[in-house]
Structure formats: structure tokens, C-alpha cells
Write a protein that binds this ligand. Structure first.
Ligand code: AMP
Length: 119
């Protein structure tokens, strides 16, 4: 979708530190990391939020699972990680293109949110 920063990353129009990708999904380092390891997993297709996923997106969901497995291995994450997805205004979703945040490399404590609300 034109004007979408994550679609521009998929097309290679905006640089990103890509750590993994396949035909349905990709993972890159967050530009404003909130943990030593902060990876964003996106859909290559423009999907705005989780509730917009349909039956036709099952291959993308399989890619998501494969991508997390691969990134955990590639990033040598052995002590755990947290996955968060902001959807919509109340969650503070800044980029309206479906994504997961993977955070690791520190004790994540009881923090269960990641958003731009407190930034
Ligand atoms: P959210 O608030 O869940 O929509 O998070 C969007 C995330 O995308 C934020 O953590 C941003 O730091 C990150 N982000 C925005 N633009 C870029 C970019 N060009 N490269 C990498 N990460 C980005």
C-alpha cells in the first residue's frame, strides 16, 4: 500500500536490517529497540491488523511460526523472549501494517505492552 512504511521495506524502498524473510513474511530489527534484541515480524502483503486475516492467509501464519523459530535460532536466544502485537488505537499501533514485536536479551519483567504511547 502506498505510504505504508512496512510495505516500502518489503519492496526494498526503505532500508532495514533484515534478519529473515520468505515469500509471505519478513523480520527486521526495530529502528527504536526497546530490548537488546528487538525484531519486528511483518506480513509481506499489506494486512492492517489481526482481525483482517482470512482463511487465505494460512500460509502466511505458517511463515510467521517458521520465522519465529528461525530468528530465535539465528539470534541465539536461549533464555526466553516475548512476542507482542499492537492492534488499533488503544494498543498504540503506530504502523497500521500487521506485525509482531519479538523482544529478548534482558529480563523483561512484568512489562506486557510495547507502544509509542509512553515515548
Ligand atoms: P507499533 O507501535 O506496534 O505499531 O510498532 C511499530 C514499530 O515499528 C515501532 O517499534 C517502530 O520503532 C518500528 N519502526 C517504524 N519504522 C521503522 C523502520 N523504518 N525500520 C524499523 N522499524 C521501524
Amino acid at each position: 500500500m502506498s505510504g505504508c512504511v512496512f510495505c516500502s521495506i518489503v519492496k526494498g524502498e526503505i532500508p532495514a536490517q533484515v534478519v529473515w524473510r520468505d515469500e509471505h513474511a519478513m523480520a527486521f530489527r526495530d529502528i527504536r529497540p526497546q530490548a537488546p534484541t528487538h525484531i519486528v515480524f511483518i506480513s509481506c502483503k499489506h494486512i492492517e491488523a489481526f482481525e483482517d486475516l482470512g482463511e487465505e492467509d494460512v500460509d502466511f501464519l505458517k511463515s510467521y511460526a517458521r520465522g519465529v523459530r528461525e530468528v530465535v535460532r539465528l539470534e541465539n536466544i536461549h533464555d526466553g523472549y516475548r512476542i507482542i502485537s499492537n492492534n488499533g488505537r488503544d494498543a498504540g499501533q503506530e504502523v497500521p501494517h500487521l506485525h509482531l514485536h519479538l523482544l529478548a536479551g534482558m529480563n523483561l519483567g512484568s512489562m506486557i505492552a510495547i507502544s509509542n504511547i509512553d515515548r
